[in-house]
Design a protein around this ligand. Sequence first.
Ligand code: HEM
Length: 441
Amino acid sequence: MTAHRPAPAAPRWPLLHAMAAGRDFESYLRKRAATGDPFQVGFPGFPPVLFTGTPEGARELFRVPVPLVTPPRPNPIEPMVGAASLILSAGDRHRTERALLAPALHGQRVRALGTMIRDTALAELESWYRPGDSAPFDALTMARAITRRVILAAVFGPGDGRDADYASAVNTFLDAFTMPLLAAPALRRRGYHPWARFVTARTQLDRLILADIARRRTQGPGTGDLLDLLLAIRYDDGTALTDAELCEQLRTLIVAGHETTATTLTWALYHLHREPGLLTRTTAELAGASDDPAEQASLPLLDAVCLETLRLHPPVPIVLRTLTEPWRWLGVDLAAGQTIGLAVGVLHSSPACWPAPRLFHPDRFLDRKVTPFEYAPFGGGHRRCIGATLAEYELRIVLATVLTTVRLRLVPGLALGGRPRSVPRNLASAPDRAIQFTSAQ
Ligand code: HEM
């Protein structure tokens, strides 16, 4: 066990720290990390968190025995996902839910979605892109439309017309959870207009989800989709999920399952189109392959582009665990109730692991293998992202479809200067400004 070290000091003036983090969360965490590792972060309304940004710290975080960690409560994203969400469930309940859902999000089950993912990307491209049209379109809006349709198909099975109902409900819900509501629980109260708007948006989305649950209960099983599996869950005491709990689980899968992937697609398109040499090489690699989604998804350079995008812009910037018993972590003796975490962006920008870390350089992944403790965009251990395989497959197929179907140009302002930054936004970080493209044909 690591030798004892004193606990690092909590930051003074938490409100000022919260404001600095609100302006630029990634660089705030990097500055805190420069004071030593582990480092403390504390904002008003949330208990202080002890963070690491090193591979040793990540290894020790993901290896804390499972019964000794639970998701932190209060949790900034609880209003979005709900208390019954897989993201917040713990112990046997969490184990039962993962055991049932995980097989549907791995291996052959995910590969079977390849053609649907490609067809969805093609259909969306058709509605956003006109050859020769100089009108710009927003990459994140297009990416969200693709990934939303994919996750709806994974959750409810293929169904024409569902996206038309869900599109505006999901987007309004995501946009209503603003940064102040995420960071300041005190604002979540009746009478504060943005909170009321968020609650209304959540009720409207839930109405759609509950109607889908009721239909499935009446009509019987679907195609073995995620809703079928959730309906089949029986906990150790024999109970099943109530409609309200099912609704929160489905809401979680819908929002966690598309916003993160959409943001990553947007960043990947941005970097590819900022670097013509890289775009040419990636397109040439695709031209040498068939249009089989599985083959496209295994191309080395396309793979490296996706890995590098998630390294430089991890959509989930922090991974948290709360101790249920006293534990020594990185030499610091911690009491039960202490929350510990990984600052993913700090880990991904450590010069010891990543030479020139601020550069977008996919080739770094072509000639080396990384450990799960140097690179953790999907977190790790027993709570590693359950949708990681789907997200990775989807990223590659959608990028392959875009690059082999259309020719895009970044709108000049973005192509020439002013680098966009990742900023926290609802469940995932996103570019701080619109990333727009036009036709290059
Ligand atoms: C690029 C895309 C994605 C990224 C970067 C991402 C990242 C993450 C991260 C960092 C975590 C926390 C892991 C931890 O605590 O160790 C997580 C958890 C989770 N993700 Fe994802 N995710 C992505 C896509 C998806 C998709 C497609 C789905 C749904 C199919 C999904 C559903 C979930 C759920 C339900 C959890 C909670 C798992 C648990 O606590 O057991 N995510 N994700």
